[in-house]
Design a protein around this ligand. Sequence first.
Ligand SMILES: NC(=O)c1ccc[n+]([C@@H]2O[C@H](COP(=O)([O-])OP(=O)(O)OC[C@H]3O[C@@H](n4cnc5c(N)ncnc54)[C@H](O)[C@@H]3O)[C@@H](O)[C@H]2O)c1
Length: 260
Amino acid sequence: MLLDLTGKKALVTGIANNRSIAWGIAQQLHAAGAELGVTFLPDEKGRFEKKVRELVEPLNPTVFVPCNVQDDEQIETVFKTIADKWGNLDILIHCLAFANRDDLSGDFSSTSRGGFSTALEISSYSLPALAKGAKPLMMENGGAIVTLTYLGGVKVIPNYNVMGVAKAALETSVRYLAAEMGPNNIRVNAISAGPIRTLASSAVGGILDMIHHVEEVAPLRRTVTQQEVGNAATFLCSDLASGITGQVLYVDSGYEIMGM
Ligand SMILES: NC(=O)c1ccc[n+]([C@@H]2O[C@H](COP(=O)([O-])OP(=O)(O)OC[C@H]3O[C@@H](n4cnc5c(N)ncnc54)[C@H](O)[C@@H]3O)[C@@H](O)[C@H]2O)c1
């Protein structure tokens, strides 16, 4: 079966809690047979670590490491740990983003220099930064990298503001990485998910209104679940998607095709 990921080693970033899209992806990759590695965002009191460790325990991750993508040393340690423990890597899931709450409502022109650069550093630069670490571990057998984006990177969505700019940079990074890594049979794709209530999305002003709007006008008359995004990510990481790279796949109940 081409969707069987048995024997594949997958690193999943961006799990914060049981609402995280990355959690939906990790569950589906595990169900398809992949061996999981999980990163968490370290904080001073270790709260995230404990929460994420307990959540992912049923999926038996064999790598569990801190990774703040603003810290090059932490990124290096992640891939050194994988090289030591696994020897190679088949799948990288990039599922993280951040912008200051102040920059996710009001006038886009009010975005501060610092807020702009933080949003782009964490939400966009982190993809090539992690891909650089993954590349040597994927060179021999090929691999798949999947990131998460949103329609706000292509169209103006109220309050998405600087995160829209970050997602545009992320989607362009997908294309440049796909072109660079294709000759090594490393595929790089993005999923553009419909709005889902999560920790990150709750920082975007009016997210509930957006979800209600999608429920009214999207062809499927509902928004999507973490599990549906997880299914699409699993497909993109599997041999069923062996001819697909550099793409943005909309998993949004069809909302993107509508003119309203
Ligand atoms: N929820 C939505 O409606 C939606 C829609 C489309 C795309 N997305 C994208 O999905 C991805 C996951 O977001 P989510 O909605 O599941 O929210 P989430 O809050 O569950 O996940 C965001 C993750 O980013 C991590 N993070 C933040 N700063 C970091 C840093 N410096 N280093 C490492 N990790 C860091 C957090 O720890 C968290 O795990 C994001 O890229 C988001 O933009 C979300």
